[in-house]
Design a protein around this ligand. Structure first.
Ligand SMILES: [Zn+2]
Ligand SMILES: [Zn+2]
Length: 107
C-alpha cells in the first residue's frame, strides 16, 4: 500500500449494497461509476467487508476527480464540526489525515 492510498483510506464510501459489481471489482469509480484505467484510477485502500462466514476486505477505486471532491467535502464537513481543527488542525489526527487525503488525491 502506498502512502497516498493510506491517506485516501479514511474517506467514507457509498453503502456497499448500492454498488454495482464493476464498482466492487474496482473496474469503475466507486462514486460515479466512470470506467477506470490504470492512469486515472485512485486506490482507496482495503476496506473491511462483513460477509457470511467471516470478515473479508475489498479494494475500491475511484477516478481522480471524485477522490478529490470527496476528500475536500470530508475535510470541510469535519472542519465545521471540530473544535480542535479550528484551534490547531495539526493536533487533530482526523483533520490532518483529511488534509493528506486531499493532497494525495491531487497528485
Ligand atoms: Zn468518479
Ligand atoms: Zn479535527
Amino acid at each position: 500500500m502506498t502512502a497516498s492510498t493510506q491517506f485516501l483510506a479514511v474517506l467514507p464510501l457509498p453503502e456497499f449494497h448500492t454498488l454495482s459489481q464493476d464498482q466492487v471489482r474496482g473496474a469503475t469509480c466507486v462514486w460515479d461509476g466512470v470506467g477506470l484505467s490504470p492512469e486515472t484510477a485512485v486506490d482507496l485502500g482495503e476496506r473491511p467487508l462483513r460477509r457470511v462466514g467471516g470478515q473479508a476486505g475489498w479494494f475500491p477505486r475511484a477516478c481522480r476527480r471524485c477522490a478529490l471532491e470527496q476528500a475536500m467535502n470530508a475535510l470541510v464537513a469535519h472542519s465545521q464540526s471540530c473544535e480542535q481543527c479550528v484551534d490547531d488542525r495539526d493536533l487533530c489526527p482526523q483533520g490532518s489525515g483529511l488534509v493528506r487525503a486531499v493532497r494525495a488525491a491531487r497528485r
